[in-house]
Design a binder for this molecule. Structure first.
Ligand SMILES: Cc1cc2nc3c(=O)[nH]c(=O)nc-3n(C[C@H](O)[C@H](O)[C@H](O)COP(=O)(O)O)c2cc1C
Length: 208
């Protein structure tokens, strides 16, 4: 019996080592699967004001965004992180009244921007008709990595397109060569968020 347990233990360790060497995620790690993250990630509009998030945790989150693909590896997305109570309070004044009320308890607010004229550009000229839309595209991908990684870490988010870009520029010293995109609230859900309706797959996907 002891021998069997020892053998099983050794086999499991070998399997884990093999998985680690191959860069694969072990299903035994207890981490949520991607499908579980998709299902549990929702736009959260009520945050637990008693819970805080550290700068170190935000750094882990930011490191995940660096893994997202970008046009010719241009990496034009930038983040401005309000984490001090003063900056958080000031940033919350710049997302409209309704958003401000919804994110009142969130301990961190992020502003997402991208450097213009790089992603989708070659030698200063737009490669095609999308122009700086590619910078926005890369920025959205980066945000997608962010919100899923946040969920994996037990956090919740709200992406906000309703925001005052001029006020945010002034508050964070965002230079003119960057486009201000979404503001993202980061915190812990205070209750279970609502579930959105989704169109049928056949409405949005065509096979040929
Ligand atoms: C670019 C963008 C801008 C958004 N702006 C806001 C916003 O200003 N306020 C808000 O409450 N939700 C905002 N949302 C959240 C959407 O309403 C939400 O993603 C959608 O209803 C689907 O719900 P889900 O995120 O829970 O799946 C925004 C989402 C995106 C991607």
């Amino acid at each position: 019996m002891k021998k069997t347990i020892l053998f099983a233990g050794l086999a499991a360790s070998a399997l884990l080592l093999f998985a680690a060497c191959n860069g694969t995620v072990s299903p035994a790690s207890g981490a949520p699967t991607l499908d579980e993250l998709y299902a549990s990630r929702r736009s959260v509009r009520s945050y637990d004001a008693a819970k805080t998030i550290s700068e170190e945790e935000v750094r882990t989150l930011m490191a995940a965004t660096q893994q997202s693909p970008t046009w010719a590896n241009t990496q034009t997305t930038r983040y401005y992180v309000a984490i001090s109570p003063e900056k958080v309070a000031a940033a919350k004044q710049l997302v409209g009244e309704r958003n401000a009320a919804n994110i009142a308890g969130a301990p961190v607010v992020l502003v997402s921007t991208f450097v213009k004229g790089q992603s989708g550009f070659g030698r200063g000229t737009a490669v095609n008709e999308i122009g700086d839309g590619w910078g926005a595209y890369d920025n959205g991908l980066s945000n997608a990595y962010l919100i899923l990684k946040a969920r994996e870490m037990g956090f919740d988010t709200l992406i906000m397109g309703f925001r005052q870009s001029d006020g945010l520029r002034a508050l964070f010293g965002i230079p003119d060569n960057e486009e201000v995109m979404a503001v993202i609230a980061l915190g812990y859900r205070a209750g279970e968020p609502g579930q959105p309706n989704h169109k049928s797959l056949d409405e949005v996907v065509k096979f040929f």
